[in-house]
Design a binder for this molecule. Structure first.
Ligand code: ADP
Ligand code: MG
Length: 678
């Protein structure tokens, strides 16, 4: 690959950060907190950890760098291991949820912010680290915000901070732009180091394809494809970066681009632009990393590269050579939906600051152009000024449990960089109480201490622990693993193939005996595992083999966590007499009784959590079209379009949840909150 050539790696000396190496090394030595800011691509993520390594910080402990996105952690670690001439996992390694690529030798460790939060649980003063770098702070991810508060608290009480450490911990917060003064004030007025940027002008052009009224996904996918091809055939050489919302939209756009690029006649359509071909490369979180490497390599001479990416290419990863941006104006975002009382992944307009950030990607090495497929009216009416921090728009249940386990009892007065609304905190406390993770006085229970060990949503963890205490974890572990990986079922674009895939999937569900979406996951897992040729089996059944492979690995890891807990503590055990299918579904009820719905009329169900939302079973469910035979069901999650759909559904009997349901209403949130304020 191109990286192995010396010339390319020497490019690091040309990065804007290089001239400030000594200053930065000294600044980290002199301060416990430091904020570093600089344009995307100035070398913060890849270079600063190396500078600190060269300055000898590793001799006092690891240099840890957090990233909000797992792909960024992996890709950057790969790059830096090459720059440092070591194999990945040795001096330089990474850790993300369910994938630990580090060894005893690892001194520069890239990881997700969620991973560092888990490490703090086991070791509150992070005694293994000399420096912790919170990267991409401007993204304001939930976990990074919590880490900021925790590290501020720890380091500002010196006796607490020095306990178990030989030398004081250094904390560096890095951010692309924005709010550095606010960060500095939050961290007790620490110094801010700004890496002077070199940016070139980017001219932005609006279009009228997307106005305030149309936010249909099919429209913007078609439009970005059209605009990207226009750029390809009419603009001078230079690579294109297209911003889209998610994997399926990106794959659709890439297919359309392939098809249309085939028919371009370069003799007539593209004259004097020195381009004779288009190299189309998708980029999204869950794609294999060896494929992701390609996007960093320069295209062959005469070929124009077109990367179709999610927001990951906005600041987390810098691709050299981009001269043109095509901006869809949308992003996929996890938001708390107060109408249904749950977090939902939805497509929303980006903020204006986000749009500027996207456009900026075109001006890194020379002047560039940004093509927005939306109108000025859309910009004015639909796009907010700034993106709301995740902590103010998603469920806090998991982090509140983590905070409580760390001894932060008063979760309302915790130092938040931006305070979440009190009702979100109360909602989290209520949910924790409902699944027995905290008691009436807001104290973590024994069960809560077990739950926090699992990197899974609380409801699922609760169900898994219930299964373990009844000795049937073998039923729940595969399900939990399958729900933790993305895209298990292949949905072919071709209608005939789609029919065949649906049929195969349904068969798998029926074979499982009692037919529901959870047993279907279990059945796919077990059948594939038992198969002599698992990859062929997957292909035959329209299942993604790569996803299944991850699920196998995740299951093993969850099993290890469980075994560790069962060994360490007196693990609760209960008895159950009944058949296996009932046992399985009853365990699910223990975790998912907050997601109970009852059929009201026809195909419409009504949720029982006090919101009383009207929901439909999603067409991907094995129970779709069998609604008439159902009464009570539980479900894993929701999808909101023009309707609210429930996905991964299982029929249950009312008497299994009868005793649990009152819990949804009994709890007085003010009681929990008064304790929280204590
Ligand atoms: P910042 O964190 O300031 O945004 P980075 O350290 O991520 O900057 O990027 C510095 C340079 O390293 C950029 O030119 C980028 O293209 C390059 N780079 C980063 N990751 C890779 C990679 N995996 N392969 C090739 N080049 C990379
Ligand atoms: Mg960076």
């Amino acid at each position: 690959t191109k990286w192995d050539t010396k010339g390319d790696l020497d490019e690091s000396k040309n990065l804007p950060i290089y001239q400030h190496k000594a200053t930065l090394q000294q600044a980290v030595k002199d301060n416990s907190f430091l904020v570093v800011t600089g344009e995307t691509g100035s070398g913060k993520t890849t270079q600063l950890p190396q500078y600190l390594h060269q300055a000898g910080f590793w001799s006092n402990g690891k240099i840890g760098i957090t990233q909000p996105r797992r792909v960024a952690a992996i890709t950057v670690a790969q790059r830096v291991s090459q720059e440092m001439h070591c194999s990945l996992g040795r001096e330089v390694g990474y850790q993300v949820r369910f994938d630990d690529c580090t060894t005893q030798d690892t001194v520069v460790k890239y990881m997700t912010d969620g991973c560092l939060l888990r490490e703090i649980l086991a070791d509150p003063v992070l005694s293994q680290y000399s420096v912790v770098i919170l990267d991409e702070a401007h993204e304001r991810s939930l976990n990074t915000d919590i880490l900021l508060g925790l590290l501020k608290q720890t380091l500002s009480s010196p006796d607490k901070a020095s306990k178990g450490r030989c030398v004081p911990l250094k904390v560096v917060v890095m951010s692309a732009t924005l709010e550095t003064d606010k960060l500095s004030v939050f961290l007790g007025g620490c110094p801010v180091f700004t890496i002077p940027g070199r940016t070139f002008p980017v001219t932005s052009k609006f279009s009228c394809a997307i106005g305030p009224k149309d936010t249909e996904s099919s429209v913007y996918v078609k439009e970005v494809v059209k605009v990207a091809l226009d750029v390809h055939t009419s603009e001078m050489a230079g690579d294109i970066l297209v911003f889209l919302t998610g994997q399926s939209e990106i794959e659709k756009a890439c297919d359309m681009l392939y098809e249309k690029a085939e028919s371009i006649d370069y003799r007539y359509d593209v004259q004097d632009h020195k381009v004779e071909g288009l190299l189309i490369l998708p980029l999204y979180g869950s794609m294999p990393t060896d494929q992701q490497k390609q996007i960093f390599q320069p295209p062959p001479p005469g070929i124009r590269k077109c990367v179709v990416a999610t927001n990951i290419a906005a600041t987390s990863l810098t691709i050299n050579g981009i001269k043109y941006i095509v901006d869809s104006g949308f992003v996929k975002q996890l938001n708390h939906n107060s109408r249904v009382g749950m977090d939902i992944l939805e497509v929303v307009p980006i903020s204006k600051s986000e749009a500027l950030q996207r456009a900026g990607r075109a001006g890194r090495t020379s002047a560039g152009k940004c093509f927005r497929i939306y109108s000025p009216a859309f910009w004015e009416k639909c796009m907010p000024e700034y993106t709301v921090p995740e902590i103010q728009r998603t469920s806090l249940t998991a982090v509140i449990l983590t905070l409580k386990c760390l001894g932060v009892h008063d979760v309302i007065r915790f130092p938040y960089l931006d305070r979440p609304e009190e009702r979100f905190i109360l909602e989290a406390l209520k949910q924790l109480y409902q699944c027995d993770a905290i008691d009436r006085r807001g104290k973590v229970t024994r069960l809560g201490e077990l739950m926090v060990e699992f990197p899974l949503p609380p409801g699922l963890t609760r169900a898994l622990l219930q299964a373990a205490s009844l000795g049937c974890e073998d039923l729940l572990l595969p399900v939990a693993a399958m729900l933790s990986v993305e895209n298990i079922f292949i949905r072919p674009g071709h209608p005939e193939k789609q029919k065949e895939a649906d049929k195969k999937h349904r068969q798998l569900g029926v074979q499982a005996g009692s037919c529901n979406d959870f047993t279907m996951l279990l059945s796919v897992f077990e059948k594939c595992k038992a198969s002599d040729a698992p990859s062929a089996w997957c292909k035959d059944n329209y299942i993604h083999w790569r996803a299944l492979k991850s699920a196998f690995s995740v299951e093993t890891q969850l099993r290890e966590i469980l075994l560790r807990l069962q060994k360490k503590r007196d693990f609760p055990m209960e008895k159950f007499d009944g058949n296996k299918s009932e046992l399985f579904r009853r365990c699910l009820c223990t975790g998912y009784f907050t997601n109970v719905a009852r059929r009201s009329v026809g195909k419409v169900f009504c949720t029982m959590d006090g919101h009383g939302s009207m929901v439909h079973i999603h067409p991907s469910s094995t129970l779709f079209d069998q609604e008439a035979q159902l009464d009570w069901v539980i479900f894993h999650d929701l999808l909101v379009t023009s309707r609210i759909y429930i996905r991964t559904v299982c029929p249950i009997r009312y008497d299994w949840v009868k005793d649990l349901l009152p819990k949804l209403h009994e709890v007085d949130v003010y009681e929990l909150s008064s304790v929280a304020r204590e």
